[in-house]
Design a protein around this ligand. Structure first.
Ligand code: UD1
Length: 434
């Protein structure tokens, strides 16, 4: 079985260039279906973005990658159905619904996949499409959406600021007839990025970053060039890694104001931060202090995607930390894996209690989901001895070559393929390019 092997306990140093944001790139790739030619720079090379390119090609668009840039040609979109096999690969496949419906007048999708974080319904997405004038029927696990001619602008009141439902509604409304108002919209930076992308193609979206979005539908969207924003969760991962190892590292190409909720929590744990242009240096203390209470919430609150990463760093803090997960009900599965490394952790309902222990010990663990898997990497970097983390495919959905990024900062990490016997120092040197 493939695994990441990590020899923990040594400090990180130097710098890491943070990749483009996965959660920004995925809706941008979906929205590129709306029309024209989109050149998307700084598009992270992840299994999820590559799955999006496969969906685009399957729909009949041109979709090519050249290094960090992706070009999508949506001058023709002859197909409007996404097979269940592609839908199941990631949750974000559902964001194609609004784009394909708006572009083709019909879309056929099935339940999306993605990390198992508890129930992840798509009721808000479907309701938004209905309000925009789509006729929706469900049969044999497939969702059929149709509209006669263009969608029609509407008032959409979201009962919860769902990131995905906001994106889907915004994309679908961008070529609808008339004005759409989305009330209770999500405010994540990736929503603003998507609005910027649609506007650069000739659309008219305003209010992004607030909880009311106004979208004046235009007849068609054209060509654009777009640069993906930095990935704030990848940045949070490297901050957590520095915190877990008592290190100082510099993150390049980040947007510090997107990270305020995360840096506030790590500052409470004793880390210091220094900003210099697009660079953010984190200096961690020898041992972190516990953080009494952290509650996840929609942006600008503390991101649910950074919850497991933070727990992994706080596992060796001095004192007891409590995490309250309010966004997803099933997001503590990684705790069992952390306890294999000697962490004193437990959960009940929305709460996880992390009693800091003096040190963690390397162990064999398995990724439970994307961020839970990244949390195991963080813990293993700080642990004494060697860890093996199986099922790293979860991590590859969201991190561009995580072992190369961390080895460049001095981590001893490499990937062991299915049938390889255990590693050697030589392999570590090779992975880190030393
Ligand atoms: C996005 C992010 C994910 C992040 C999450 C919350 C992407 C690709 N993924 O996921 O990394 O953890 O935002 O910041 O951007 N819900 C419903 N009905 C719906 C839609 C959502 O009940 O129709 C619920 C979900 O089950 C969840 C909550 O709303 O409990 C938040 O989900 P949402 O904001 O939609 O997350 P995603 O867009 O799936």
């Amino acid at each position: 079985m493939e695994s990441l092997v990590i020899d923990g306990g040594n400090r990180l140093r130097g710098g890491i260039r943070v990749q483009g944001a996965k959660n920004g790139a995925l809706p941008v790739l979906a929205a590129s279906v709306l029309g024209g030619r989109s050149v998307i720079h700084n598009c992270p090379r992840l299994t999820d973005t590559e799955s999006s390119l496969e969906i685009l090609r399957m729909l009949g668009c041109g979709a090519e990658r050249d290094g960090e840039a992706v070009t999508v040609d949506a001058s023709r979109v002859p197909r409007c159905d996404i097979p269940p096999e592609l839908m199941r690969r990631m949750r974000s496949s559902v964001i194609f619904l609004g784009a394909v419906l708006a572009r083709c007048g019909r879309a056929v999708v099935s339940a999306p996949g993605g990390c198992e974080l508890g129930p992840r319904p798509i009721d808000m997405h479907l309701e938004a499409m209905r309000l925009l004038g789509a006729d929706i029927t469900e049969s044999r696990g497939l969702v059929f959406c149709e509209c006669a001619g263009r969608l029609k602008g509407a008032e959409i009141v979201l009962p919860y600021p769902s990131v995905g439902a906001t994106e889907n509604a915004m994309i679908a409304a961008s070529t609808a007839r008339g004005r759409t108002v989305i009330v209770g919209a999500a405010k994540e930076p990736e929503i603003t990025e998507l609005a910027d992308f649609i506007n650069s193609k000739g659309g008219s979206v305003s209010g992004a970053g607030s909880d009311v979005l106004l979208i004046d539908g235009v007849e068609a969207l054209g060509d654009c060039e777009h640069v993906c924003i930095p990935d704030r969760i990848a940045a949070a991962t490297y901050i957590a890694a520095a915190a877990a190892t008592g290190s100082e590292i510099t993150l390049y190409g980040v947007q510090p104001r997107h990270l305020t909720a995360v840096t506030d929590v790590f500052a409470r744990a004793g880390c210091r931060f220094r900003e210099d242009g697009g660079a953010l240096t984190v200096t961690a203390p020898e041992r972190l202090k516990a953080v009494r209470f952290i509650r996840t919430a929609p942006y600008p609150g503390f991101p649910t995607d950074a919850q497991a990463l933070t727990a992994a760093a706080l596992a060796t803090a001095d004192g007891v930390s409590v995490l309250c997960e309010t966004v997803f009900s099933g997001r503590f599965r990684y705790l069992r894996e952390l306890s294999r490394m000697g962490a004193d952790v437990g959960s009940e309902g929305q709460l996880a209690v992390i009693k800091g222990v003096p040190f963690l010990s390397g162990a064999k663990t398995a990724c439970t989901d994307l961020r839970g898997g990244a949390a195991l990497v963080v813990a293993a970097l700080g642990a004494r001895g060697r860890s093996g983390i199986s099922a790293p495919g979860h991590i590859d959905r969201g991190y561009e070559n995580v072992e190369a990024a961390l080895s460049a900062a001095g981590a001893r990490i490499y990937r062991k393929s299915e049938d390889e016997t255990d590693h050697t120092d030589g392999i570590f040197r090779e992975a880190s390019g030393v």
